[in-house]
Each structure stands twice: as C-alpha cells, then as structure tokens.
Ligand binder design. Structure first.
Ligand code: GGG
Length: 357
C-alpha cells in the first residue's frame, strides 16, 4: 500500500459494457481529482473473459498477489455469453472478494432529482436506503458437489455457510452505518423455511443488535421485504442481508429508483492493509455492449465511493455533485432512465462540468 505518494488503483474493465463504462469513469475521476489538485496512479489490467479465451484462466496465477500491492481495485463487469457464468464469477470476482476478506458489499439505493422512480410514493417521500450485503459466506459457497452424474440418480448438494463471526461483523457494520442515517436496521431472513441457517442468522443478528440500543431493529422475510421494496420502499433505511438476498434486493432496489444503470457498490475489506474493490452492481450486459448506450453513472458513483474510501473527499464531493446535475435532464441521462444521451454524451457533459467548475 502506498503511503505518501498518489494512491495506486488497479483497473479491471473486464467484459462487455465494463470496457465502455470504466474508461469513461476513469476520465471523469481524473478530471475531478485534477480540479482538487489530486491524482491517482492507475494500472490497467486486461483480465476477464478475453484473457480466459487465450490463457484458460480469468486472471494470472499470481493475480491476487499482484492486486495486493494496490490501494484499491476498480472493476467494470464480468460475464461473457461464450464462457459459463460460474467460470467467470469464480475465476475473478469471488477470489478477489474472498482473498482480501471483502466482507461488506455496500450498495446504496438513492432516488435522484429528475429521475422518475418506477414505483409510486406518497407526496414528499423519497427512497434512500443502504443495502449491507454479507459478501464472503452464506449461499455463495464452494461446499457441496454432484454425484451419479449422467444417471437418473444424479443429485447436487450446495451447503450454505453461516458463521457467528460473519453474521456478527456484518450486523455491526450495518448498525454503525445506521448511526449516521435514520437509526433503523431491517434484517432480511427466511427463517420460516430455511430452518437451520436462517434461524441462526436471526439469533445472531438480534444478539449483536443488543450492543446498539439506539438502533431500531426489524426482521422481514425476504418475500415480504421484496413486496415492500415495491409498495413502500421509502420506509427502509439500512438493510442487512445475506450474500444472496442482498444481491437480489439490491437489483430490485435500483429498479425502484430507476435502473441498474445507477447502482453503485463498494466491497470493503476487513483488513485495512488489503485493497477494497469498487464496481457497479450491474454485469456485462452483452445485449447492449458495443452500442454506446450503457449508463456509466453506476461505475462513476462507485468511483466516488472509492475516492471517499481513499479520503480524496474534495474530488468525491465535486464528482457526486456533477452526477446529480447530469441526472436532472433527459438530454444528459441514458435511455434506461428515460433519457436520450449516449455513454459519450454523459462523459462529455460531466467533463465540461468538472473542467469549468
Ligand atoms: N460489476 C461486476 C459484475 O459483473 N457483477 C455481476 C454479477 O453477476 N455479480 C455477482 C455478484 O455480485 O454476486
């Protein structure tokens, strides 16, 4: 990790629209940094599905060791129609999350002025929630297997891994985040049906939350929570959820406020000496890749989260302000947000705004 000089960030555009939105994001981050008299030392890495097609692996064998030398990782998207999804995910994203103990996946869901939500809200109310997704255990596990392949007795077993340590630390993170917000945590569960792991989740969340008497805890089944994300999303503040439930609910949450095109995320390490990773929630979107219409805002907002993490706060603030201005009008919003702008239009608008501020 660099101490005195410019922060060092590994950039992995990855696949599909990742290759379109990451270069735009890096340009606007550079402009915001320049305005603030700051800089980042970027190292571009061509890892991902194209690398896999040539080398048979998503990243070099020493990829994790290489990444450990950086202050942060800035990732685009992973996924290619010609490579199985489990190969792309477990070949790059999952090892990074696990090896660097990126135990929090922080996914803010925020309604922006100018962007019409896809749900109806009472007058004067708006959506502003923070999804805190457990990111290293739960349903995303390598434990299990298949037997009797190719026969009528074939079966698959997938074991969910929930540890007291993992549930306690993600609950504490959510409670601390709520202290800077509206003091409410909703724990998402399914303990009526998933009787071992989810009852354990409920118990440990409730025990841990006793350390936070100033925070109101409520518990919701995932099915009820999904319905309430649509019927009264404005009531959620901090949502703490397992790896799978947090992933699903954050797509739903971003759809309520507009689209996945504005869903940002931070994967935060438990170890301050290891790099945290910042990436849009969306994937590689092969259906629109190459057509110049991808929304770069999710990636740029993820970049803002990275600047905040690196304490480059002046640049973070000016870039977040520029994002808010760009979302006000349809001419500077992309099609997913009922706008008319291309990816390049958004880039040029943001660069003009930042360079002339
Ligand atoms: N932005 C990285 C990316 O491609 N994400 C899509 C995805 O499928 N992620 C899986 C996950 O977050 O668990």
């Amino acid at each position: 990790m660099s101490l005195n000089s410019a922060k060092r960030v590994a950039v992995i555009p990855g696949d599909g629209i990742g290759k379109e939105v990451i270069p735009v994001a890096v340009k606007v981050l550079d402009a915001a940094l320049h305005q603030a008299g700051l800089s980042i030392d970027w190292t571009w890495l061509d890892w991902g599905s194209d690398y896999f097609k040539v080398n048979g692996q998503m990243m070099p064998t020493d990829g994790i060791a290489q990444l450990s030398e950086f202050d942060c990782i800035f990732l685009g998207a992973i996924g290619d129609p010609e490579v199985p999804d489990d190969v792309t995910l477990w070949g790059l994203l999952m090892p990074i999350r696990r090896e660097f103990d990126l135990f929090v996946n922080l996914r803010p869901v925020r309604q922006f002025d100018g962007v019409r939500p896809n749900v109806q809200l009472p007058d004067g109310e708006h959506i502003n929630m923070l999804i805190v997704r457990e990111n290293t255990e739960g349903e995303y596990s390598e434990s299990g297997g298949r037997s009797f392949k190719g026969t009528c007795r074939e079966f698959a077993v997938q074991n969910d891994i929930f540890t007291r340590f993992g549930i306690e630390r993600i609950t504490r993170f959510a409670a601390e985040a709520a202290r800077n917000r509206r003091h409410k945590v909703t724990s998402v569960t399914k303990s009526n049906g998933i009787i071992h792991t989810m009852t354990f989740w409920d118990e440990v969340v409730a025990e841990t939350m006793q350390e936070y008497p100033d925070i109101e805890l409520s518990k919701k089944l995932i099915d009820a929570a999904a319905a309430e994300f649509v019927t009264r999303p404005q009531e959620f503040d901090v949502v703490v959820a397992s790896n799978l439930y947090g992933d699903i609910l954050s797509d739903l949450g971003s759809a309520t406020v507009g689209s996945l095109g504005i869903a940002a995320s931070a994967n935060l390490s438990a170890d301050p000496n290891m790099p945290s990773m910042f990436e849009p929630v969306h994937g590689s979107a092969p259906d629109i890749a190459g057509s110049g219409i991808a929304n770069p805002i999710a990636t740029i907002w993820s970049g803002v989260m990275m600047l905040e993490h690196l304490n480059l706060n002046k640049a973070a603030t000016s870039l977040m302000n520029a994002i808010e201005v760009s979302l006000l009008n349809p001419e500077t919003r992309t099609k997913d947000l009922r706008g008319t702008a291309s990816t390049a239009d958004v880039e040029h608008f943001l660069l003009d705004l930042l360079n002339n501020s």
